[in-house]
Design a protein around this ligand. Structure first.
Ligand code: SF4
Length: 263
């Protein structure tokens, strides 16, 4: 095994910065083969990634975490994407139903500490059941979303999952995304047309007013303290000093290091 740190990805990220999302997806399919999956919460950018993967016929599966308290519109979007794009969408579930969790721990999402615990149990832990199956997971973070995502790298390491994270849409502007959606009539979660700029669980997501920041509707009841759920490693504060362990030949392929040598 070889260690791959976020710092070692810096030069590659610089090189990949000029690639289109489709080129990045093809690059990932070439490097990671079957050990590659999309992770989507069935929001707008995730739908764009799913559409691109389907168009390119890359055969990449999609992972969706169903917290048990998703909006029905989100579940319908998931089902449409699976059926109409012909993608294998795998739904991951938490160990406890929301009712069981509430009976055991109370209504966690009402406090900042509880929200972290709830998001970990209902979002992060279901994803962790997939640990070891994939070397790269494709997300849909965009720098145009601002906040911590304003500097999100194209490639990041995810130490908790021990995978690379690829954000092929990192450089996609709002106008470019809108144009892609219109051009291809991409399946979009209908809540986006009802004022929901981002969409999470129905307990913790509200629409936003036109003057509010994009993520103002997430955990609104907790004020500014809660902004992210922890499922995307680059949203967290210590994201730059982390590393993962992958097979040496895979690290060499990722970094473009030639391994042709004579023994
Ligand atoms: S968004 Fe709210 S309900 Fe959903 S997992 Fe996080 S704290 Fe729990």
């Amino acid at each position: 095994m070889a260690r791959l740190s976020q710092a070692r990805l810096q030069e590659l990220n610089h090189t990949l910065n000029d690639r289109t999302p489709e080129e990045l997806l093809r690059w990932a399919a070439d490097i990671f083969g079957s050990r590659l999956a999309v992770i989507s919460a069935m929001q707008m950018a995730g739908s764009v990634v799913c559409h691109m993967v389907a168009q390119l016929k890359l055969g990449i599966p999609v992972l969706f975490v169903d917290t048990g308290v998703n909006f029905q519109e989100t579940l319908t979007t998931r089902d449409r994407i699976a059926a109409e794009y012909g993608l294998a969408v795998h739904t991951l579930l938490p160990e406890l139903s929301m009712e069981q969790q509430t009976n055991q721990f109370g209504i966690l999402y009402l406090t900042t500490e509880g929200q972290e615990q709830c998001c970990h149990m209902r979002k992060v832990e279901p994803l962790l059941t997939q640990k070891g199956k994939y070397d790269c997971m494709i997300g849909s973070l965009r720098r145009a979303d601002g906040g911590k995502r304003g500097v999100c790298p194209i490639l990041a390491v995810d130490p908790e999952m021990n995978t690379v994270r690829l954000n092929p849409l990192a450089n996609l502007t709002n106008d470019q995304m809108k144009a892609y959606i219109q051009q291809h009539n991409v399946i979009i979660n209908p809540l986006h047309d009802q004022g929901y700029t981002t969409i999470g669980c129905n307990r913790c997501t509200t629409p936003v007013l036109p003057h509010e920041p994009k993520r103002a509707g997430r955990w609104r009841h907790l004020g500014a303290a809660a902004q992210y759920c922890g499922i995307n490693p680059t949203d967290m504060d210590d994201a730059t000093s982390v590393s993962i362990d992958l097979p040496q030949d895979l690290v060499d392929r990722i970094l473009g290091i030639k391994t042709d040598f004579m023994i």
